[in-house]
Design a protein around this ligand. Structure first.
Ligand code: PLP
Length: 365
């Protein structure tokens, strides 16, 4: 069993994806070819956001938004320490200072109730992460941001396709940033990502920053990056879109099935909480266990791959330890010690899921 089954997905979409790729090879417009705009239009229609700017990766999406906000050295960005490193990494690279606010112990998303106490005169933005595919508490965060004149950037690398109070992830705040890394809910076959916004001026800034700050060809109005997503990768995303609604439905069903099966087989197992006003597209199906290494080893012996997202909170990483004391954000510290992700993808079969549940019950017995 694969941790994430991309082979079955390709088998189902092979003709579609191959034809899309062949079309690009035939027209030869590898950079900013017609598929780039076509994908951006399809994703604005999907998310409801006014603008989609495709970029080289999810990491680049975060950097480009922060550059569009024109951070000054020392400007603070409030974020979660329980995320992939790129979130804080891009804050630092953009000249900012990450300010870590602890997570809710049951959802592992930033605790919106702790944000206001972390705001200072230097705060410029709030960057919540919609971890595991569940959108963070965006309405509460947006109200706080509005009160203090801050921008909000949703790190939606894991949550593309998720719904929050009737809105799609990526269309819940000033910016939404997603990733098309192959294992994400909507993946390409390399690196890719996108920025979403409803703000015309910020969208224009992101477009310029994506291509070396050019407002016209060879007129470099601002500092930018080489941050485009290539046409072939956009073609792959387009090739996957026909089936994407089905995949999201399937992910939601499999998430519900995991919950029911795990609760029945292992009543004491702590599962991730999903708030009633939103869903979770399960970029990772993550549970909480003690003695994680031993449990993982037993699962591996039973043929069930697992992973840990993430084993250390960022303020316990050498590169970011100076931004907080080690005893800060205790919920993130505790989650990092206990989280374990189980195999998940839209093509996971019921039989495979039963095998995972049985193996986990055995491993914990
Ligand atoms: C994957 C991921 C990123 C980075 O996306 P890339 O496309 O790999 O650069 C950023 N933040 C989170 C939370 C992620 O899961």
């Amino acid at each position: 069993m694969d941790f994430i089954d991309l082979k079955s997905q390709y088998a189902a979409l092979r003709d579609n994806i191959n034809a899309r790729i062949q079309k690009v090879l035939d027209h030869g417009q590898y950079i900013l070819g017609p598929e780039v705009k076509e994908m951006e239009s399809a994703l604005t229609a999907y998310t409801g956001a006014k603008h989609c700017i495709s970029v080289a990766s999810g990491t680049e999406a975060l950097l480009i938004c922060l550059m569009a906000l024109d951070l000054k050295p020392g400007d603070e960005v409030i974020t979660s320490p329980f995320t992939f490193a790129a979130t804080a990494e891009m804050i630092v690279l953009a000249g900012g200072v990450p300010v870590f606010v602890d997570i809710e112990p049951d959802t592992a998303n930033i605790d919106a109730n702790l944000i206001e106490a972390a705001i200072t005169p230097r705060t410029k933005a709030i960057m919540p992460v919609s971890l595991y595919g569940q959108v963070a508490d965006m309405d509460t965060i947006n109200v706080i941001a509005q009160r203090h004149g801050l921008a909000v950037i949703e790190d939606a690398a894991q949550s593309f396709g998720a719904t929050y109070r009737g809105n799609k992830s990526c269309n819940t705040s000033t910016f939404g940033c997603t990733s098309f890394f192959p294992s994400k809910p909507l993946g390409c076959y390399g690196d890719g990502g996108a920025v979403f916004t409803n703000d015309d001026a910020l969208a224009q800034a992101c477009r310029e920053i994506r291509t070396h700050g050019q407002s016209q060809r060879y007129l470099h109005t601002r500092l930018g990056v080489g941050g485009r997503m290539d046409t072939l990768q956009c073609a792959v995303v387009l090739g996957k879109l026909d089936r994407f609604e089905w995949e999201i439905r399937r992910r939601l069903e499999l998430g519900d099935a995991y919950r029911a099966k795990l609760q029945a087989a292992i009543p004491s197992l702590q599962l991730l909480a999903v708030r009633p006003d939103r869903d979770c597209v399960w970029a990772q199906y993550t549970v909480f266990v003690d003695n994680r290494e031993a449990v993982q080893a037993r699962l591996k012996d039973a043929g069930v791959p697992t992973a840990v997202h993430y084993p250390r909170p960022l303020h316990h990483q050498p590169a970011y330890a100076h931004y907080a004391t080690a005893d800060a954000c205790p919920n993130a510290v505790s989650a990092a010690a206990r989280v374990m992700s189980l195999p998940m993808s839209a093509d996971l079969t019921e039989a495979q899921q039963d095998q995972v549940v049985a193996a986990l019950a055995q491993a914990l017995a």
